[in-house]
Ligand binder design. Structure first.
Ligand SMILES: *[C@@H]1O[C@H](CO)[C@@H](O)[C@H](O)[C@H]1NC(C)=O
Ligand SMILES: *[C@@H]1O[C@H](CO)[C@@H](O)[C@H](O)[C@H]1NC(C)=O
Ligand SMILES: *[C@@H]1O[C@H](CO)[C@@H](O)[C@H](O)[C@H]1NC(C)=O
Length: 396
């Protein structure tokens, strides 16, 4: 028995990935039919990926039976992004159970809603409240909020992970507010993607397809303005036929909802279908960095501009160029990049190597011209990623 535990612990130390995949909230909740609706929305909003992504954080997931969940859905006006806000508020970033609350009393706790929103505001917090007798509950940290009582301790794994059933959703004024995405080109301009915005505005067919997909599932990787000015392999969009420009634009969109935590959950190197017919891009997540590869070009997710399920807009710092639109790299007068680095690169660059180099390469990359980046080893290219997330959805 002891040997089994020791082996499991050893596996965790040697193969963190094995443990990272250990706790899957969707799978756990699928064993409880009374939380079916809750689990369905957890998947549709992809909050499940955010929860699964925090394996090393102590968490308490506050779940609702179908009747209480229906109340939440109707309070949210049946809007998926609004429901997402509410579900993120129910994912508490600390461990709680009756014993702990009775021993230490109530306190304020962070939630996923607050974690990526405006950290200064207390509205994304919840207050854990000790009630007389054996009872305890959770409320919004805003003044005078109603307390939702814990009606069942569904699962408690002390100080690591708990699932507690509440009798009612936690709500506060403004919880269901979501950012306007009515004008996509304006959204792109404000995100520092003016060139991309102009191209989209000039291709009404593409804009129409984007807008239609925003209702059903769209992940848009918008290259920032610097991406269009990069040297080497970047096609001159001003000289491209409009058919090729639309192909390029469609190549930067997935007809499905993949906010950053969901991209991180995608199997390494899995090909994701884009809006360009039959064209795929692949994802290489490493820690908090999400690298993208397409037709020989490499990019990475820079910022999340808007996450409004089922639509997510992220900026990327390089163009994704399908092979047939790639331009042959003109011989550069700059000193040729050392070929030995790419020769030494193993076919599958180990991700931990990238992590090791992350700190070193990050600053260097920013000041180097991007034309040399394409010849860098895979690990270094992705290690340069920053991964700052500006989740506008939670704030606006
Ligand atoms: C969690 O489980 C669900 C279904 O049980 C599955 O679709 C999903 O891929 C799993 N997520 C991870 C990160 O393994
Ligand atoms: C959307 O925004 C752009 C740029 O800000 C503007 O030119 C355009 O008129 C707007 N479109 C609509 C329909 O309001
Ligand atoms: C644009 O597409 C055409 C064929 O559809 C191709 O011949 C041409 O080379 C492409 N232009 C660029 C810049 O790749």
């Amino acid at each position: 028995m002891g040997r089994v535990v020791a082996a499991a612990l050893l596996a965790c130390i040697l193969l963190p990935v094995a443990c990272v995949r250990g706790r899957n909230i969707t799978t756990i909740l699928s064993g409880y039919k009374e939380y079916k609706l809750y689990n369905k929305y957890l998947s549709e909003t992809k909050v499940c990926d955010e929860i699964n992504d925090r394996q090393s954080t102590s968490m308490t997931i506050l779940v609702l039976r179908d009747a209480a969940m229906s109340t939440l859905v109707s309070d949210a006006g049946d809007s998926l992004p609004a429901i997402k806000n509410a579900l993120r508020l129910l994912a508490v970033l600390d461990y709680y159970d009756r014993k702990k609350v009775k021993k230490y009393g109530g306190e304020r706790a962070d939630t996923l809603f607050q974690a990526t929103g405006d950290a200064v505001s207390a509205t994304g917090n919840v207050r854990v409240t000790d009630v007389e007798d054996g009872a305890y509950g959770f409320a919004s940290a805003t003044a005078g909020a109603d307390v939702s009582s814990v009606t069942k301790e569904v699962k408690t794994q002390p100080f690591r992970f708990a699932i507690l059933e509440l009798d009612a959703p936690i709500e506060f004024d403004g919880l269901f507010d979501t950012p306007s995405t009515a004008n996509l080109t304006r959204l792109l301009e404000r995100a520092g993607c003016k060139t991309f915005a102009t191209l989209v505005a000039g291709n009404p067919g593409v804009l129409k397809d984007y807008e239609a997909a925003m209702e059903t599932g769209l992940t848009l990787f918008a290259p920032n303005d610097a991406a269009f000015m990069a040297k080497g392999g970047v096609p001159d969009v001003t000289k491209m036929s409009s058919a090729n420009v639309s192909a390029l634009l469609r190549y930067h969109a997935l007809p499905a909802y993949y906010p950053k935590p969901s991209l991180k959950a995608v199997k390494k190197d899995a090909a994701l279908l884009t809006l360009a017919a039959k064209k795929t891009i692949s994802v290489k997540a490493n820690g908090d960095d999400v690298g993208l590869e397409a037709g020989g070009s490499k990019s990475r997710v820079a910022d999340t501009v808007v996450d409004k399920a089922p639509f997510c807009l992220m900026t990327v710092d390089k163009l994704l160029v399908p092979a047939e639109l790639a331009v042959a790299q003109a011989p550069s007068p700059a000193p040729a990049p050392a070929p030995s680095t790419s020769e030494r690169r193993p076919a599958d660059a180990p991700s931990d190597e990238a992590a090791d180099h992350a700190a070193d390469h990050h600053k260097a990359k920013k000041s180097t011209s991007s034309d040399s980046a394409s010849s860098r080893p895979v690990g270094a290219a992705f290690a340069a990623a920053v991964g700052s997330v500006v989740l506008a959805a939670a704030v606006l």
